[in-house]
Design a protein around this ligand. Structure first.
Ligand code: NAD
Length: 487
């Protein structure tokens, strides 16, 4: 067991309802101050195979329980997550640098809901009947089998439960591979599953890095689904591997989402919301990171947003008034610094920020760059750090063209008179877009991206469509007469 902030965190893999000591190990440290939190095992191919085998054996009985049988077990799972709220919040904040206040007030309740909402929604999965003159079509949503779940470090607890909820509720069994830079909350999640008496093998976890552990998992031919959230290069590798076994994948990837401010926008609201883009040090896939501002309101908007950004508190995410925490890893800090330096060399102006906080730590100032060309790297590539870019436009058509000139198509934000903003937003090619707001989500609504931001949608019925095999059971209304002439 590790001792993290006074909380015991199991150190092994979790396979077939037991904790297994792994062979290799790697160090996990806190981005808050670089403190080593402990060692976690680096899963081998044999451990991955054991986890998949256990999920495979547990599948028939878990599927046969039906949604009614699974509901009380999954409710217990959510309750056990709730009982560990304090440990989950403090451990995840130390491990991933996420604001403690956000974990307490946002992520814990949402993670519990990710389990209970889907467990209840699954009760109606077999309700759909298509009635025609000839027959009743009973449209079944049968669980697919063993699902691999792979998540990134920027929101481990939220994203893992968001995938586990629908996967388990619809009768699948799962193997998760937690993110190596922030694996600890997943260990506590397995402890919660264990305490809730999920049958052994229904949920398994193997720690380790993308290679070899993640790669061993996705290449296992016994998988029925792969649900992945992470970067585009990893998604390409996963999709290529999945193609060998023809396993369906859901891919939730990066973004470079536009934040559009039309000339008739409420500039104060837009500016306050703009400052929110620095939450989690902008290590948030859905943040608006390309600011497109109507030229007539640009000066006023910039002045207002600068004021809000200047008052942001950057620092220890465990302090209650901190608003912007650290970057996750020295590699991420280097990447962010290099993006800013290259942009400045290419002629970008720094409107605010532009540098690290102090040498040796992982805090980077909230930054805004401007005077950038549309084809500049900083406009086209995802930084995944607190570095935004600002451009202007003179017409709706130009705003839409700039917004759509990206290989990404995850999300967007648009401020303006409601109908005007909606008309512009309808023409922006993304999986979702917020009008005069940001971050409003609902488990029933679809989430996902277009273009290189992903394949598929998660949320509500879209999650179930992915995690289930849809089957049509056809029952004729009149006695059937066999005929070779039949269509
Ligand atoms: P990453 O792709 O490097 O890693 C994600 C996960 O994949 C990790 O658990 C990693 O171990 C695993 N992995 C790496 N190589 C693998 C392989 N060959 N086979 C199997 N697994 C492998 O991403 P990251 O840096 O951890 O996360 C940041 C990225 O995630 C950003 O691009 C961000 O936009 C994206 N993201 C997207 C969403 C969304 O919902 N669209 C949400 C959060 C983050």
């Amino acid at each position: 067991m590790l001792d993290v902030k006074g909380h015991a965190v199991p150190q092994g893999h979790y396979i077939n309802g037991s904790w297994i000591d792994g062979d290799g190990s790697y160090a996990v440290f806190s981005p808050i101050n670089g403190e080593i939190l402990g060692e976690m095992p680096a899963g081998t191919e044999a451990e991955v195979q054991a986890a998949v085998a256990s999920a495979h054996s547990a599948f028939p009985a878990w599927a046969a329980l039906g949604a009614e049988g699974r509901l009380p077990i999954l409710k217990r799972f959510a309750e056990e997550i709730g009982k560990r709220a304090e440990a989950l919040c403090e451990v995840e904040s130390a491990d991933a640098g996420i604001l403690l206040s956000r974990l307490q007030h946002g992520i814990i309740p949402r993670s519990m809901l990710n389990i209970t909402w889907f467990a209840e929604a699954a009760l109606t999965l077999q309700d759909r009947i298509i009635e025609t003159a000839q027959a009743n079509h009973y449209v079944r949503h049968d669980p697919a089998g063993v699902c691999a779940i792979i998540t990134p470090w920027n929101a481990p607890l939220m994203l893992t439960t968001w995938k586990l909820g629908p996967a388990l509720a619809s009768g699948n069994t799962c193997v998760i591979k937690p993110p190596e830079w922030a694996p600890l909350s997943s260990a506590l999640l397995m402890e919660a599953a264990d305490a809730a008496e999920l049958p052994p093998g229904v949920l398994n976890m193997v720690h380790g890095e993308g290679r070899p552990t993640g790669a061993a998992l996705i290449s296992d031919p016994r998988l029925a689904r792969i649900s992945f959230t992470g970067s585009v290069p990893t998604a390409r590798e996963i999709a290529a591997e999945a193609a060998r076994n023809l396993v369906p994948c859901s891919l939730e990837l990066g973004g470079k989402s536009p934040f559009i401010v039309l000339e008739d926008a409420d500039l104060e609201l837009a500016a306050r919301t703009g400052a929110l883009m620095y939450r989690n040090a902008t290590q948030v896939c859905l943040a608006g990171t390309r600011f497109l501002i109507h030229e007539k309101v640009r000066a006023e908007f910039t002045e207002k947003m600068a004021k809000h950004v200047a008052s942001l508190k950057v620092g220890d995410p465990q302090l209650p008034d901190t608003e912007v925490g650290p970057l996750i890893h020295p590699r991420q800090l280097k990447k962010v610094e290099a993006f800013v330096q290259r942009a400045i060399l290419a002629g970008a102006d720094v409107l605010w920020g532009g540098a690290g906080h102090q040498a040796g730590d992982l805090y980077f100032q909230p930054t805004m760059l401007s005077n950038v060309s549309q084809d500049a790297e900083i406009v086209q590539e995802e930084v995944f750090g607190p570095v935004l870019v600002m451009q202007s436009f003179a017409s709706d058509a130009q705003a839409i063209a700039l917004a759509n000139d990206s290989v990404y198509g995850l999300g967007g934000v648009c401020f303006g008179e409601e109908h005007h903003a909606q008309a512009v937003s309808n023409q922006v090619k993304t999986g979702f877009i917020w009008i005069n707001s940001f971050g409003i989500r609902d488990l029933a609504a679809p989430f996902g991206g277009c273009k290189q931001s992903g394949i598929g949608r998660e949320g509500g019925e879209w999650s179930f469509e992915f995690f289930c095999d849809v089957k049509d059971v056809i029952v004729p209304k009149k006695p059937f007469v066999p005929s070779f002439a039949q269509r």
